[in-house]
Design a protein around this ligand. Structure first.
Ligand code: ADP
Length: 621
């Protein structure tokens, strides 16, 4: 058995011992009852031939039928239970894979190759090369085949070894029989293997078409894309794209055709070769019976058992060869499951401190995204003083969000290190480290759960604290209109009465979630981009109070809001090119003044009430 197969079997037992046990019982019992009936027939015929007493015969028949009946009931029952156990096992396997999807280091989660791998695993589970599930699901059949082969051999062998003192007792017949049997079981298996290789090749073609097809299928269901599709009148183009990718090169059709054709050919080959073995045994036992008195019961049992044997032998060889080789389908499963988790590195607990004295620093960090060699951050060093507020500004693509991803440990730097209280961030227990940050990302996601659970990111939560957070972000008026209050579902995925929120309202909730988390460090990436200027101004003012005593980092394009910050870090092409307060930076020529002047002009042109936005000084200057 190959190491990979052993691992599959170990993990199958690990996922569900009950499934394995039920598979064993179902497999054994479904193989045993046809064998018992053949054995009983043999004994009855032999008893009849020996003119056994009727009472004796009747007792045996009743006992025999009882045994077959019980074996059949056990087999029926366990095969029935097996179906449910297999369904539950499948769920557990999917859960294990889904758990991996959320535990893996973020770099892998963001990598399209990982998504592609996950998708391949799902597809391969339904056919193609042997997969993890195919091996796990074949336990019952494998056990059943082994029992059938042993039982059938036990019923056939007496016909060979019964002494008739004729030429037919010669061991040559037995050797020829075994030779024919193995050859004819092996041939369909070989053919099957060659077909499988061909199928795999075709499967790869079908898979690449599926990737595009799935992208399109996701897109047409996505309400965001729905707007663009309609307004940019993309329907005909998408339909054409769909048609072109439904089955480019006709791979899927070819796959199906090949599959049906090869199944047909396989049946024909098996049927013809099996007839040769059957004919051989029939002739042998026939002659042995006529010439040497081989009992009729032996003849009947051997021929009936041969049918059982040939129906499973080829399958058994195929199963054993699958188990003996490392299948690429199984490898895919482990390629995915073995991706490193973020939590696998680091175990130091984060010290609980009431004084919030968590000193976060970047020490000479440089970073390129995996699979690229373009440095996105170059030698950045900053010590964030506890309790101070920082604004991070810079043009699009200057590396601000990436810097946040490194500080929050979604990625590790290529050079340098992020430290917390002078210890490298990745030495800490990842979950405890994450909990320090109250984060709102630019592309944040709110789950379609109930409002209260979403804010608290937990099913049990402190209602008063959630309401306080909602008030602080200016969502209280909207909240008061919701009949179900904190039990209101967000979006309509799980609840047709769920609410659909505007971009600004969603952003308020994302902020409320960060406030509820109440960690010592706020990290806000464009936290107000979707808010109207008045709400934005109000929130920034409130933030001053909310983040008091805590360290806060805010990325913002609205430079007016940066004026509230103690220090501004100006990013340009992956470096920090300027640092200082608003007053200091605006007074010197440089990137910040350039950005500031461009924005101030824009506000003037828009004739916005600058006094309410705290911009009057600068524009009048
Ligand atoms: P900013 O937040 O300043 O707009 P980002 O940090 O988002 O900039 O991006 C910096 C650079 O990194 C950009 O050129 C962007 O294209 C690239 N980038 C961002 N995310 C990824 C990613 N997951 N993989 C590869 N490159 C990325």
């Amino acid at each position: 058995m190959s190491p990979l197969t052993k691992r599959v079997l170990r993990d199958t037992v690990g996922l569900s011992k009950r499934y394995v046990l039920v598979s064993l019982i179902a497999g054994i019992s479904s193989a045993i009852y046809p064998l018992i009936s053949i054995y009983i027939s043999r004994r009855i015929i032999d008893m009849l031939a020996q003119s056994m007493a009727y009472t004796e015969l009747l007792r045996f028949i009743l006992l025999g039928l009882g045994a077959v009946f019980i074996a059949q009931i056990i087999s029926g029952l366990f095969n029935y239970v097996h179906q449910f156990e297999q369904a539950e096992f499948h769920q557990r396997l999917e859960l294990a894979r889904n758990k991996k999807s959320i535990d893996m280091a973020f770099g892998y989660a963001e990598d399209p190759a990982t998504k592609d791998l996950r998708h391949k695993i799902t597809i391969i589970g339904y056919g193609g090369t042997p997969s993890f599930e195919m091996i796990a699901y074949s336990i019952k059949d494998l056990v059943s085949y082994v029992v059938s082969v042993i039982g059938a051999a036990w019923l056939i062998l007496p016909a060979f070894f019964y002494r008739t003192e004729t030429v037919y007792d010669s061991p040559i017949f037995f050797v020829v029989f075994i030779g024919l049997l193995l050859l004819f079981a092996y041939l369909p298996h070989r053919y099957n293997q060659r077909q499988n290789d061909k199928m795999n090749q075709l499967f790869q073609e079908v898979h690449s078409a599926n990737t595009t097809f799935n992208y399109l299928a996701d897109m047409v269901f996505n309400p965001e894309a729905g707007k663009e599709i309609r307004l940019y009148r993309q329907q005909p183009k998408i339909n054409r794209w769909f048609a072109a990718n439904t089955d480019p090169n006709g791979s899927a059709v070819r796959w199906m055709r090949e599959l049906t054709w090869s199944m047909g050919k396989l049946s024909l080959i098996s049927f013809s070769t099996n007839q040769v073995v059957i004919l051989f045994l029939y002739l042998l036992v026939g002659f042995k019976g006529i010439a040497g008195g081989l009992p009729l019961g032996h003849i009947v049992a051997a021929t009936a058992a041969l049918n059982v044997l040939i129906s499973v032998l080829s399958e058994l060889i195929t199963h054993l060869s699958v188990m003996g080789s490392d299948s690429s389908g199984v490898q895919l499963h482990y390629d995915y499951m073995d991706l490193p988790n973020q939590t696998q590195v680091g175990s130091i607990p984060v010290e609980k401190r009431l004084d919030n004295d968590y000193q976060l620093s970047a020490k000479g960090i440089s970073f390129s995204y995996p699979g690229t060699d373009r440095p996105v951050l170059k030698d950045i060093s900053v010590d964030f003083s506890v309790g101070k507020s920082y604004a991070i500004v810079g043009e699009n693509g200057s590396g601000k969000t990436t810097f946040i991803k490194l500080l929050t440990r979604l990625y590790d730097p290529d050079q340098g290190e992020v430290t917390l209280n002078d210890i490298a961030a990745n030495k800490y227990d990842a979950h405890q480290y994450y909990s320090l940050f109250n984060v709102v990302f630019q592309d944040f996601d709110l789950f379609s759960f109930k409002l209260g659970e979403t804010i608290a990111t937990d099913q049990s939560y402190d209602q008063a604290k959630v309401l306080q957070a909602l008030s602080e972000v200016g969502f209280r008026d909207r909240f008061d209109q919701l009949p179900k209050g904190l039990d209101t579902s967000l979006n309509k995925e799980f609840d047709s009465e769920g609410i659909t929120l505007s971009g600004g309202e969603k952003q308020k909730l994302a902020l409320a979630r960060a406030i509820y988390n109440d960690g010592p460090i706020y990290v806000l990436d464009e936290p107000t981009a979707a808010l109207d200027p008045i709400s934005e101004f109000e929130i920034y003012q409130k933030f001053h109070q909310i983040t008091r005593g805590k360290t806060s980092l805010i990325i913002s394009h609205r430079l007016s809001s940066c004026r509230f910050s103690d220090e501004i870090l100006v990013f340009d092409h992956g470096r920090i090119v300027q640092r200082g307060s608003h007053e200091e930076l605006v007074a010197v020529a440089g990137k910040y003044a350039e950005l500031w002047n461009a924005q101030a002009k824009h506000y003037q042109a828009e004739a916005i009430d600058l006094s309410r936005l705290g911009l009057t000084e600068a524009t009048s200057a």
